[in-house]
Design a protein around this ligand. Sequence first.
Ligand code: PLP
Length: 391
Amino acid sequence: MKRKNIPYARQNINNLDINAVVKVLQSEMITQGPVNIDFESYVSNYCNSKYALSFNSATSALHGACKALNIRENDIVWTSPITFVSTANSAIYCGARVNYIDIDPETFNISVKCLGDQLKNAKKEKTLPKVIIVVHLGGLSCDMKEIYKLSKIYGFKIIEDASHAIGGEYDKNKIGSCKYSDICVFSFHPVKIITSAEGGMALTNKSSLARHLSLFRTHGITRDPSLFSRKKEGAWYYEQISDGFNYRMNELQAALGLSQMKRIDKFIKKRQLLARNYNKLLANLPISNQKQSDLAYSSYHLYIVRLKNFSKDSHRKIFSLMRDNGILVNLHYIPVYKHPFHKKQKTKFFKCIQAENYYKEAISLPMYYDLTKDEQNRVVKTFKRILLSNI
Ligand SMILES: *Cc1c(COP(=O)(O)O)cnc(C)c1O
């Protein structure tokens, strides 16, 4: 009998989730309505932010965040090369030039040392970034205090791409508190920590940013008379006062997301447990793990290992053999600037040696709430056998 494939990530859906969605389907409002507002309040309370705005994806929320921070044609934005392409795309949609700062080889997050060095150079060359988008890879927070300090010295704004990181913490604050950032964005894609099928949210403590985000997701349209340029012409009246898109989350998505939020702490605890098991079971193998800092509590969206002393070719073989054995490992991520589209972008290019080395060695092992002990043991057994087999 062929054994079931083990994916690298998947959603957990229970009857409460299903009932919540069905209840919306049976109600009057299925696009905008009260459940979106409840979902937003639940997330902002959980994270201790003043505002939370739902979007139909993290990508659209990131786009909104870039717009709210006034990124325009030819502005400079920096981010990590080890992220999903949409982090960079959100700035490119606004006409920005994106550049990449190398990662720390131990945490796989943006290197504060490189960031500091590049900022010093950029100041001399008058090419300082307007915004830096940090990425909490796998749910592990970046070194936000240090990045925040640099933002005060060099005058840039900070977006957290926390697509992986809802439920994680930094210095005892929930990620999303925006203590050290202007805007923080979560993704609710099914592979992430909680899901709304598709969806995202942008959190902030600043009312002006919240207003921008709110207009931007709904065509730049307002019904608030205090924002009108002209007199209200009748009960039907509204004005489009800025640019915007149809980036709204619908009520079905919000109902699923809200229902999932009620299990988030359970989800994170299980992920933490799976990570501890992996750490134990994979000890003494020629690999290294993502180094956890004392300040960070990871949501463990991903469990990433780096192979030690294997060639690029062996990495490729090990990866394929895992998949051949039904363990659907993944690689997070191809350095963004290597994609043909991003190669063509107008940017002064910094080579990211650590990111390139990481790319030759990284493998994401299966990590999700429903991964059983037996399945995890099968992953470990298969991985050990392949690693130790003279690849
Ligand atoms: C998943 C992801 C996104 C995009 O999220 P969507 O909700 O699918 O738009 C952006 N950045 C990172 C780091 C992600 O992992």
